[in-house]
Write a protein that binds this ligand. Structure first.
Ligand SMILES: [Zn+2]
Length: 131
């Protein structure tokens, strides 16, 4: 298998414009790790790789949080209780759920509804169904 074929499973395809922004983010994070001039001569590849992995986990957590927040926007109205199927309004504040991901902890802000009949909270985004 060629190197390009192996990376195809890993990399997300980007348009040329998005690729440019991605490269700008890479340059920004590299500068944070090793300064404007890049890694000094005595730097080992293991040190470079370790920093790259650390940034990858940071980006992974940020993307998880961003997408979960966007996903939560689908659940701002009344939702059916999974037990009695009665429609219930959302609670004022979402449930804070610290979640352990492969990249570290991400806190989700889950939309929450209270069923007064069943006397329980439920989290409609945890069991999404199409409208
Ligand atoms: Zn119920």
């Amino acid at each position: 298998m060629s190197k390009d074929a192996r990376n195809k499973d890993v990399d997300v395809e980007l348009s040329p414009g998005d690729r440019k922004q991605f490269e700008a983010l890479v340059a920004l994070m590299a500068r944070h790790g090793f300064g404007e001039d890049g890694p000094p001569r005595e730097t080992t590849f293991a040190e470079i790789e370790k920093f790259g992995h650390r940034v990858g986990r940071m980006v992974g957590r940020a993307i998880d949080a961003h997408l979960a927040s966007q996903h939560a926007e689908h659940f701002t109205g009344e939702e059916a209780c999974p037990t009695c199927n009665e429609k219930q309004p959302p609670k004022e504040s979402p449930h804070e759920l610290p979640l352990q991901t492969p990249d570290g902890e991400v806190t989700l802000h889950e939309p929450t509804c209270r069923c007064s009949t069943c006397r329980r909270d439920f989290f409609p985004s945890a069991y999404p169904v199409a409208d």
